[in-house]
Design a protein around this ligand. Sequence first.
Ligand code: 6PG
Length: 478
Amino acid sequence: MSARAQIGVTGLAVMGRNLARNFARHGYTVAVHNRSYAKTESLVADHGTDGDFVPSESTADFVASIARPRKIVIMVKAGGPTDAVIDELIPHLEEGDVVIDGGNAHFPDTIRRERKLADLGLHFVGMGVSGGEEGALNGPSIMPGGPKESYATLGPILEDISAKVDGVPCCTWVGPDGAGHFVKMVHNGIEYADMQLIAEAYDLLRHGLDADAAEIGKIFEEWNAGDLESFLIEITADVLQHVDAETGKAFVDVVLDQAEQKGTGRWTVQNALDLGVPITGIAEATFARALSGSVPQREAGRAALASDAGTWDVTDRDAFVEDVRLALYASKVVAYSQGFDQIAAASAESGWGIDRGAMARIWRGGCIIRAKFLNRITEAYERDADLPLLIADPYFADIVGKGLQAWRRVVSQAALNGVPTPAFSSSLAYYDGVRAERLPAALIQAQRDFFGAHTYRRVDKDGTFHTEWSGDRTEHDA
Ligand code: 6PG
């Protein structure tokens, strides 16, 4: 077996298969391997014309077919299966080889795996890949972490197969150890928020306009020609206009309204809780999926809870549509702002040095949240790399400010008419919270001191204080 492959891919389900084809189409000789050889054979039989594949049945042959230092991409289900494949590869690997995990791994697992492989003289790169099947084949957004030195040889290949926007690859080295998978996790959290916000906009239009799915699909189509232009808005327009072949009804009307998840949104929220970063948009989006799937609770709620909402009578339809568009844009900016805050906090805590502007840049193409406005985010971080709050950047402060009245109208009308808008509402609440001169947190501090002597600080002098609430109410230094 001559070691002629420049890269190897093991795990040939749809993502791995398409990634392998993408490498081959870019002129790389690709070693391919899968637990069941039939998949490897079918890849070569069906897509051999894509380029030069080197199929192997055994792990030993697969590894031996790759030139050193080897670059091996693992594309299997995140969790146990990834560990199993790594353990299978290890005995065949040699010092300096690079193992790349392209699955949606939880970043603490990536950190653990990198340590384990580093002890063996091997490099481990946790690599976020976004764009689904289509992206994997035609150009995904790629978020590799791991040792920087491995990016020197791996980076050019990954940049080659990634999506390009204005000729710029949607791939860059994110940072050491778990940084790549961390950023992919937050990408997915933002994806959840974006999807929830779009779903709420759809629901508002449906109730407010009493319109059918196809009409709303047309509205999304128009929105996609403006500031909101993005992959998710585009597919929403398409999905809403799709008709179910079996019933002739709008497709969205025959789909069960229980949203599922594989866990990346949940991880994002769990991590934000640990970091103490308010990512309310992502959290509400994740909880909204949970609520949708809470079948017994929804049954009980439907049976017992009144709405006491009137009939929604929108008089100026065009103005209402524009209000919803502005509210969607503002809420979306909040969700991204919060996600970027989380990246900054984790990066500071772990010493990853993540460049947020570069993350917005590599999300402009290939990935699920690709959108026109990501350019604006990159520009904001170019203006100020340490920007503490994305929505406070002059560009975003201005556009959110201009839509503020609309945003308030939409959220209040939704509440008056009993339409749930957890992500719209919480984003507006966050906006009002983060810009508030003074928050009622002062009262919470006083309450905490009252019942638990938890102490407080004062606005007028330094130090920490406690009041003797159950005694003479004198204050003393704590
Ligand atoms: C992507 C997607 C992709 C996938 C997730 C989300 O960036 O290509 O985020 O990773 O769609 O698995 O799926 P869930 O909604 O099932 O969590």
